[in-house]
Design a protein around this ligand. Structure first.
Ligand SMILES: [Zn+2]
Length: 398
């Protein structure tokens, strides 16, 4: 990989430092060699590709902490998920990975798909066969018999079964463990708030996963399941729609991340054509509490990372900008939104070389038309995407 130089940018490092005007980024061999004020940059080497940012804002590649790459975001999610096979799931995941990358997303955490499909797509991405973000995947979700997303999950009911399933997933190549601590909006016949596993059961899974060096994400809508998951030591609470005082206190004291995915119920509650009625009804029930819980978590100083639940109805891959706007609408200041989608997200995923523009990190960057510290809509105006020092998308225009 040759040298890439981006000049004339307004640089936001993703770590909360003050913006640098007239900044230069130098990448070589897929790694950032310099990121800072233009006058201090080393001269470009012969043969370097030099691009002018035109005063646009350069920030770290965006990170989506909650996606489902095997799912396209069609109205009837249950039908799509039920009809998947290994080949169709892998093909969809490859296409959706490309869509995410083109939107400036350079790392994703896939929290549930069809069997080993996303493990293989993640390998193909690393090998260069498939263009996409870096992918960490849970492969399949763990859920109680008949529980949320059972049609794409492994059904387990006891601590022993959870431990065995964690071992199997690790053996197959899963990077992270996802378990369903409550019911969900999109599964017919079960209440979204209903708790699933006990604290002791989740704790057994967490212990096993952590011993294997894997983190645990818990889907958790209702307060009882959120509390059980946080007491058990999960690394992130997904959705967190009903944060009672107890749940919020545990969230803050445990240091677990909240990945709210506000956009998921919002898109379903919109009731687009073909979404099953039960899902629209359940989404409308949770949406208000969800936003209020997010607002309170923000105020309480909880650690929050951005995620979309992309793949759920009318929530297509690459739509992270929608979630970031909703996080801001629900009370999160824009400087925290930026960290939630860069450095905080990288921290949750355990990607030490991602999430910030500084020397030594991976050269993953996105150039936006507009200022994301003044206007969340800027995340939807992607002018340039760079991954590992390579230009993926260039829409800077003449
Ligand atoms: Zn999800």
């Amino acid at each position: 990989m040759g040298e890439l130089v981006i000049r004339g940018a307004r640089l936001l490092d993703g770590l909360g430092s003050a913006p640098v005007e007239g900044a230069t980024l130098v990448a070589e061999g897929g790694t950032i060699r310099f990121a800072g004020p233009g006058p201090a940059a080393p001269p470009p080497s012969a043969g370097a590709v030099v691009l002018d940012a035109g005063g646009r804002t350069l920030l770290p590649g965006l990170i989506d902490c909650h996606v489902h790459l095997c799912l396209d975001g069609v109205a009837d999610f249950v039908r799509e998920a039920t009809e998947l096979n290994l080949a169709s799931a892998a093909l969809k995941a490859a296409r959706n990975a490309r869509l995410a990358l083109e939107a400036g997303i350079t790392a994703v955490r896939d929290l549930g798909g069809h069997k080993r499909a996303v493990i293989e797509v993640a390998r193909a991405q690393r090998a260069g066969t498939v263009e996409g973000p870096r992918i960490l995947t849970a492969a399949e979700v763990l859920t109680i018999t008949g529980g949320h997303a059972h049609f794409i999950g492994r059904e387990v009911d006891t601590a022993d079964e959870l431990v065995k399933a964690v071992r199997e997933l690790v053996k197959e190549g899963a990077d992270v463990i996802k378990l369903m601590a409550t019911g969900g909006v999109l599964t017919p016949g079960i209440g979204a708030l209903r708790p699933a596993f006990t604290t002791e059961q989740i704790a057994a899974a967490v212990r096993e996963a952590h011993e294997a060096g894997r983190r645990v994400a818990a889907h958790a809508i209702g307060a009882e399941g959120i509390v059980a998951a946080l007491r058990a030591g999960v690394d992130s609470a997904e959705h967190g729609c009903y944060l009672t005082d107890e749940a919020l206190g545990l969230l803050v004291s445990s240091g677990a991340r909240l990945v709210a995915t506000l956009v998921a119920p919002e898109r379903i509650a919109g009731g687009g054509e073909g979404i099953p009625d039960y899902a629209v009804r359940k989404a409308r029930e949770v949406a208000g509490a969800h936003r209020e819980s997010f607002r309170r978590a923000t105020e309480a100083g909880a650690r929050i990372a951005a995620g979309t639940d992309a793949g759920t109805p009318f929530n297509p891959h690459g739509g992270l900008w929608r979630e970031l706007a909703l996080m801001h609408d629900a009370g999160m200041p824009l400087d925290r939104v930026l960290r939630a989608v860069t450095s905080e997200a990288a921290d949750l995923l355990g990607l030490a070389d991602a999430g910030a523009l500084e020397s030594g990190r991976a050269a993953d960057a996105v150039l936006l038309d507009g200022d994301p510290l003044a206007d969340a809509g800027a995340y939807g105006r992607v002018a340039l995407v760079v991954q590992a020092g390579r230009v993926i998308v260039d829409r800077r225009g003449p």
